[in-house]
Structure formats: structure tokens, C-alpha cells
Design a protein around this ligand. Sequence first.
Ligand code: ATP
Ligand code: MG
Length: 405
Amino acid sequence: MRPDCYILRFGEMMLKGKNRKRFEDSVMKQIRKVLSGWPDARYILEFGRVYVELGDQTAYEGAPAHLQRVFGLASYSPAYHASMDVEAIQAKALQIMQALPTKPATFKVTVRRVNKAFPLDSQQMNYHVGGYVLEGMPGLNVDVRNPEVELRVEIREDRVLLYAEVIPGAGGFPAGTNGRALLMLSGGIDSPVAGWMALRKGLAIEAIHFHSYPYTSERAKEKVMELAHQLAGYTNQIKLHLVPFTEVQTSIHGAYKDNLLVTLIRRAMYRIAEKIAEREGLGALVTGESLGQVASQTLPSLQAIGRAVTLPLLQPLIMMDKQSIIEHAEAIGTFPISILPYEDCCSLFLPPSPSTNPNLRVVERIEDAMTFLPELLDKAVQETETITIVHGKWKPNEESHAHLF
Ligand code: ATP
Ligand code: MG
């Protein structure tokens, strides 16, 4: 059954405090963006809620999936209109209950009467609507304490609204309301999920990717652009900094080839990322590390690598299992892109047995001897290319990006 409108509910933190207006504006902006396929949509904003009428000619089916890209949205309900009339309300209530995707065993009706001119009060209406539905659906029972479905009827001044489903939204904080951070985006499965989590927490993100052309292919870079594009769907657009990392990597490898190589290379990456974050005014680095996943993600490795920078390091996946990370990647649409086969710069020059227990002092001593390093890091920053990927406006293999390769 096609709903007449959707009722969208904001997250709890948005209902109070002086940030309310800013939060509401941010969520509204994102709602309009994800529903831009419905140009005739009407939005009515009321304290803590938005009523969206998508317009007559449009198919409603796609809308719920789009709403999952709005952070700060606690839940939403497909809702139905009825005229200001007891029989019409009863008939609509029964229709809604019969059309539910799964048949409940129990329900209750909750009527809220705002319009005091309506002849029956809430209690009387509960009784009339509940009784009518029970009659029409043999086997259904009322459970006022713990019903499987709560059918709500709102008798408002100008219309009657009914709804029975409350679908969880994406939750989190509205886009960009919790500061700005730099996502270290590889072509792997993990870092896009970390980026999505940062966005969900209300961080505005820019992304940084290190490539080692010609050791890594042009397709590897394009894959990362595709991942950034997928993430941009949750926030509109993402600035992507593409760092030429070949010279840093080969120079470090030229001077040192033993089991601390990965630690040294990753510290160089973090340092470059920090420089770019500071240049762009971003307050943290977000990465996709998960404790114990590989040699560079043991506690001593995380320590030795993290100590290269002073910005807060946000590692949202740190305690998560791989399986759960994969499930997230599937849900947010990055998984099929991440598993494309193109190689990552980190798989270059791997020592046969990377240290799982690097000693920070030793690492620092080796770095001190690499006097060429500071200048090379600055050069990589200077030669970094920045592109802006706007959701819906970027397509893989587009001519306009050919110059980047
Ligand atoms: P991912 O699946 O995100 O690639 P991973 O499990 O393969 O992660 P590593 O390769 O050790 O782990 O990388 C750890 C984190 O470092 C990544 O999650 C990402 O945030 C960052 N990182 C790794 N390679 C790059 C790269 N080429 N460009 C930017 N960031 C990177
Ligand atoms: Mg990786």
C-alpha cells in the first residue's frame, strides 16, 4: 500500500540544546539531497519531526533505502491520511493493518486527538478503531502492554494521520556537526567502513590516499575514487587528496630493508597525512586499523606508528571482528568496490617477516639516519593532487579524470 507521506524523526540529541537549529538544518539538507529524485516533494518541519510528501506521480518504493543515508535520523514511518471522519479512519486503520509486511499476533491502537472539535475523544476512538480492526482480522488480539504493532492515529487540526511501522533510521549525528577529520582511505575493505563510521558520528571528512605509481596501477587510484564516491553518498561531496608516495617508499626501502620497514613506511604515511590535515584545518586522522589483524596492527605496532603524529587518531574498527567489518562494508555499498583486485601501495617492498613488536627507540634511530626524509615528506605534500568527488556527478572512467593518470 502506497503511503501518503513519511514521518521522519530526528535523533534525541537534536531535540534540546542550542545546537538544535544547526542540527536540524544539517539533517534537512541531507534529507532533501537523498530525496532529490522526487523534485515535487513537500517538507513540513515540526518540532523533532519532518513530514515528507513525495508528490503524486512518483513511486515511493525507493525512498526508504535513500533515507538510510541520512545521519541524525532516528526512525521513520510510512504514514497514511484519512478524512476527519470515524468510518474513514476505521477503514484506513484496517487497510494498514492488513497490508503490514508481517502479520502480527497482537496490536494496540493509540489515538492522539489534537483537534478538540473532533466529536470523539482519544479513549473512545481507541475503542472504535481497535474494535473495527479486530473484527476485520480474526486471530488478531489486543495487547496493551507489549503489542507487536502499535497503530497510531493522530487526529490533527487539518488532517488525520495513521501509521503502524516505525523503521530504524541510520542514527548518529547530522553530517558535519562534530568537527572535521582526514580519512586515510586505502583500497581495502576496512578504511571505507571507518570513514562511514566517522560520517555517522557527524564528522565531516576529507580523504587521503597514497599511491605508488607506476608500481600501483591507475585502476587502483580510480578504485579509491569510486570508494570516495560511495562515501560521498552519505554527505554529498568528499575532497580526496592523492599523494604520490613512490619516492618516499623507494627511498626508505633504499636505505633500510629489514623487518621494521612496514613501520617506517606507515609512519611516513601518517606524517604526510598529518601535514595535510593541518593544512586543511582537520582535527583528527581516521584510519581502518583493527587490533591484531596484521603485523602492523599489534599493540606495539600501533604504538610505534601512532607516535609519529600528535593529532588524535580515530580508529573506529579497532575492536571489531573482520566478519562484522565485512557486513558493514556490504551494508554501506563499499564491499563490491573494495574487493576489486587492484594492489595497494602497502603491499610493495614487504619484508619477509614484518615485525609485530617494533621498538620505538630503534625505529626513531633508523629514521634519524634518514636525513633525506623530512624533505621528501614535504615534497610529497606539495605534489599532492586534490580532487572533489561530488555524489552523483562522478562516474568511473570519466573523461574528465583522464588527466590524473
Ligand atoms: P584497509 O582494508 O583499510 O586497507 P588493512 O586491514 O588492509 O586496511 P593496512 O593496510 O595495514 O590495513 O592499513 C591500515 C590503515 O592504514 C587502513 O585502514 C587505512 O586507513 C590506512 N592506509 C593503508 N594504506 C593506505 C593508502 N594507500 N592510502 C591511505 N591510507 C592507507
Ligand atoms: Mg590495506
